[in-house]
Structures are given as structure tokens and as C-alpha cells.
Design a protein around this ligand. Structure first.
Ligand code: SF4
Ligand code: SF4
Length: 120
């Protein structure tokens, strides 16, 4: 019985469609509700700090006097709370995953005014 099950699994694996894609040569399409990475439309941001206060992972830091918005991508769990509480609808979970990091300092993305700084 067990051999029969194993045999079916082996045959399915040998002749069936692959379960994985040859990334990055082949890229899967994102689903409509994909939560990729948090992105800010800084032109609409009023630096109210609501996203900072509500983030359960302490990933966002906002300074109103400095007009600075910062996210630590290694802390973000893409829960979407910040998107939901933003009064200006200027946050979204872009359909793009965060880039792989080669250095821990690359985790911070700082936006001051209209300047985006991806720390490297
Ligand atoms: S909640 Fe929205 S408007 Fe307020 S600081 Fe965050 S991103 Fe900016
Ligand atoms: S998606 Fe969730 S964890 Fe990520 S920054 Fe927003 S509130 Fe924080």
C-alpha cells in the first residue's frame, strides 16, 4: 500500500508540472491582494505618526519636526495596519517584494521630505 502511494508520488513528480518556477528567469504574477512591501507616497504624508503608533512590530519611525519617515524592512511583518490607519491613504503594500539584503544596515529606508534614502 505504502509503496503504491510512493510510486504515485514519484510518477507525479517525474511527469507532472513543476511546483516551483525558475526564478528569476521566470517570475510569477502577483495576486490582486498580494502584500509586497510597504511603500509611502511622501507627497501626501503629513507626518502625523499614526502609522508609527499603530505598528505592532515597531518597524516605522516618524518624526514630524524633521519630516522624516523611516521603515525597518527586517521588522515589518506586512500586517497592513499602517495602511489601514493612515488618514491620508499614502501607504500601500506594493506588489513588489523587498530586495534581498547583503548587509544589515540596508534594512532601513528613510524618507525625509521628498528624499528617499535606501541605507547601504
Ligand atoms: S499615518 Fe500616513 S500620513 Fe501619517 S505619518 Fe504615517 S504615512 Fe504619513
Ligand atoms: S505592515 Fe504592519 S508591521 Fe509593517 S510597517 Fe505596517 S504596521 Fe508595521
Amino acid at each position: 500500500m505504502a509503496i503504491n502511494v510512493i510510486g504515485k508520488t514519484v510518477m507525479r513528480s517525474l511527469f507532472g508540472k513543476p511546483a516551483t518556477a525558475m526564478y528569476p528567469i521566470i517570475k510569477n504574477e502577483f495576486y490582486p491582494r498580494t502584500r509586497g512591501r510597504i511603500e509611502l507616497n511622501v507627497a501626501d504624508c503629513i507626518f502625523c505618526g499614526m502609522c508609527d503608533k499603530r505598528c505592532p512590530a515597531d518597524a516605522i519611525s516618524v518624526s514630524r519636526p524633521d519630516k522624516r519617515w523611516e521603515i525597518d524592512r527586517t521588522r515589518c511583518i506586512v500586517c497592513n495596519f499602517c495602511v489601514e490607519v493612515c488618514p491620508k491613504n499614502c501607504l500601500n503594500t506594493g506588489k513588489q517584494y523587498a530586495e534581498p539584503m547583503t548587509d544589515y544596515t540596508q534594512r532601513l529606508v528613510t524618507i525625509t521630505g521628498e528624499t528617499v534614502q535606501e541605507n547601504a
